[in-house]
Design a protein. Structure first.
Length: 202
């Protein structure tokens, strides 16, 4: 029975909700809630399903669950997933923070291109599901200093520091910005992604 609930939860959320209905119809709320109820019945297996989703999809699912059901799943989730969800769920769903993903690659300014590439290759399992277009260059407290397109990183001489390669003062958006502001920025720029920062530029 547990295996059946796990399959139904994964199929309903992963296929019917995310692929077909998500952002297309009001029924996504009903389907998302149904998927959540199947997942809760599966116990610890529900946390396994959650771990396989991108962070924004995790937040979408958990936000639709009753608090007790959400707590039951989060109790079985990894600390990293719980921290990510706490970050995302503090923002309204119609804001940049509510739609962002928390999976990204961040490196310090003093890092060299060859070291960043080596670090990514050494952690290929961790980054395999990331949608990586940029490497974010950050300060000691995690504040954003610049962005480095992945192509520029791969083509750079290995001994160059990322601070000399990055785009300084990149276009970014506050986590509290509404989606209309986000869409306006994407309309003006041919971006495939954009940093979302908090009040402390992190």
């Amino acid at each position: 029975m547990t295996a059946l609930h796990t399959f139904l939860g994964a199929f309903t959320y992963g296929v019917v909700y995310t692929v077909w209905l998500k952002r297309r119809t009001w029924l996504n709320i009903v389907i998302g809630g149904l998927a959540g109820s199947f997942a809760v019945l599966a116990g610890a297996a529900a946390a396994g399903i959650l771990e396989e989703l991108a962070s924004d999809d995790q937040a979408d699912l958990v936000a639709q669950l009753a608090p007790r059901r959400a707590a039951a799943i989060l109790a079985e989730s990894t600390p990293a997933t719980v921290d990510s969800l706490r970050t995302l769920l503090q923002y309204q769903p119609n804001t940049a923070g509510g739609r962002m993903v928390t999976e990204f690659v961040a490196v310090p300014e003093e890092a060299r291109a060859q070291d960043v590439v080596a670090q990514m290759r050494a952690n290929v399992e961790r980054y395999a599901d990331y949608v990586v277009q940029y490497v974010y260059v950050v300060g000691a407290n995690g504040e954003l200093h610049g962005v480095l397109p992945l192509r520029d990183l791969l083509l750079a001489r290995g001994d160059r520091q990322v601070v000399s390669l990055m785009v300084r003062d990149p276009v970014c958006v506050r986590a509290t910005a509404n989606l209309d502001e986000v869409f306006e920025i994407f309309d003006r720029h041919a971006f495939v992604g954009m940093p979302v920062i908090d009040a402390r530029d992190r």
